[in-house]
Design a protein around this ligand. Structure first.
Ligand code: SF4
Ligand SMILES: [Zn+2]
Ligand SMILES: [Zn+2]
Length: 308
């Protein structure tokens, strides 16, 4: 097959676009998809400092590479989650990526933070699934660091597969409040929140993997051990089966939801968050989910100490 852009030999074929690309043209195509997402959704401009959440995986590093190549002002933010060898390798790859491109990187080892709470400890003390504890910690640190360091916008590497799977999960349970908030750009609902954006929402996981490969990005290949059995993976599998028989399903599912479905759920004024009594970050109760989690861990730690 020939490259749709330059007619040389194609190395990758994208069924959903009925197009083939050589290496060079695929990178151009990928950058265009991201530029289109950023400009069409008014995510940020070249005048703004963008904080990019990087895990060390292919999506976040492909995002950082793309934004840098496109001339945006970026700083990486990496949380070392304390999940054994997986976290060590992720931190190593992220640091190396930043060093070789001379890009600024903020690394936060959770186990060394104020209360020493990394993901495994929180999950063990609270008996919560690791991903739920991890989600609360990540959200809190992303929000707080973006605010403390003065960034107006935080970008994450969620791709089309992530967003379509999330949409399917929300629809299956008719989580109307989540559906109202599902969008590639979330404007701040409180002065202590920053804008959150997902510039890769138009490209598939396969496309980010191809991009990372063509660009020679060295990312952590192993999956987090806690991802095994996550319902998100099942939704992705189902959507991939639909995509095989009907190419373009994922993009249409998400894009048409954003165009037609979401406005119906987003009607009415959302309840604004109030400052958390404990840490001052925005919260939907007296205390934010992070402080609730920390209190739960402290109570359980204390109980364990007393019984020891
Ligand atoms: S799989 Fe779960 S625990 Fe692992 S990084 Fe993702 S959210 Fe965190
Ligand atoms: Zn070409
Ligand atoms: Zn709090």
């Amino acid at each position: 097959m020939k490259c749709t852009r330059c007619r040389s030999r194609a190395e990758v074929y994208l069924r959903q676009h009925n197009s083939g690309f050589c290496r060079r043209c695929f990178v151009v195509y990928f950058h265009r998809q991201v530029t289109r997402a950023i400009e069409h959704e008014r995510m940020f401009t070249t005048e703004e400092d963008v904080l990019v959440a990087v895990s060390g995986g292919k999506d976040s590093l492909a995002l950082w590479d793309t934004l840098h190549e496109l001339g945006y002002r970026t700083t990486g933010l990496h949380l070392s989650l304390g999940i054994g060898a997986y976290s060590d390798h992720s931190t190593e790859k992220t640091k190396r990526f930043a060093e070789t491109r001379d890009l600024p990187l903020i690394t936060v080892p959770l186990a060394e933070e104020e209360n020493g709470l990394a993901v495994p400890a929180v999950a063990a003390f609270t008996h919560r699934p690791a991903c739920s504890a991890c989600g609360v910690l990540k959200r809190h640190y992303f929000d707080r660091l973006a605010l403390d360091r003065g960034f107006p916008v935080l970008a994450t590497g969620h791709n089309l597969d992530d967003e379509a799977a999330r949409l399917l999960g929300n629809v299956l349970r008719w989580q109307t409040d989540h559906l109202a908030r599902q969008h590639p750009v979330l404007p701040p609902t409180h002065e202590r929140f920053v804008r959150k954006v997902k510039p890769l929402f138009r490209v598939t996981e396969y496309e980010t993997a191809v991009y990372a490969f063509f660009r020679g990005i060295d990312y952590v290949i192993e999956e987090c051990p806690n991802s095994v059995g996550a319902s998100q993976l099942l939704y992705k599998e189902v959507l991939n089966r639909l995509e095989t028989t009907s190419p373009g399903t994922k993009l249409t599912f998400l894009q048409e939801f954003l165009n037609k479905g979401r406005p119906a759920f987003a009607e009415g004024e959302p309840v604004p968050p109030q400052p958390c009594e404990s840490c001052g970050m925005p919260a939907y109760g007296h205390v934010c989910s992070y402080c609730k989690l920390v209190r739960e861990v402290e109570t359980k730690r204390e109980r364990t100490r007393r019984h020891a």
